[in-house]
Design a protein around this ligand. Structure first.
Ligand SMILES: [Zn+2]
Length: 54
């Protein structure tokens, strides 16, 4: 099972994440807080889909 991250916690790695509720993907930068889902799902978490290539 892949790790899930709460809204407001720090993004551990830059890459593509998706909302565990609506599955909408978005790209986040390392060190920023995870935002709320653009669809305002509420209790969603973010799941890492694809890390940036290094
Ligand atoms: Zn969502």
């Amino acid at each position: 099972m892949k790790p899930h991250f709460k809204i407001g916690t720090e993004v551990p790695e830059s890459g593509i994440y998706w909302c565990t509720v609506c599955m909408t993907p978005d790209r986040f930068e390392k060190g920023r807080p995870f935002p709320d889902c653009r669809n305002l799902c509420g209790k969603c978490h973010w799941e890492l889909v694809e890390k940036d290539q290094k």
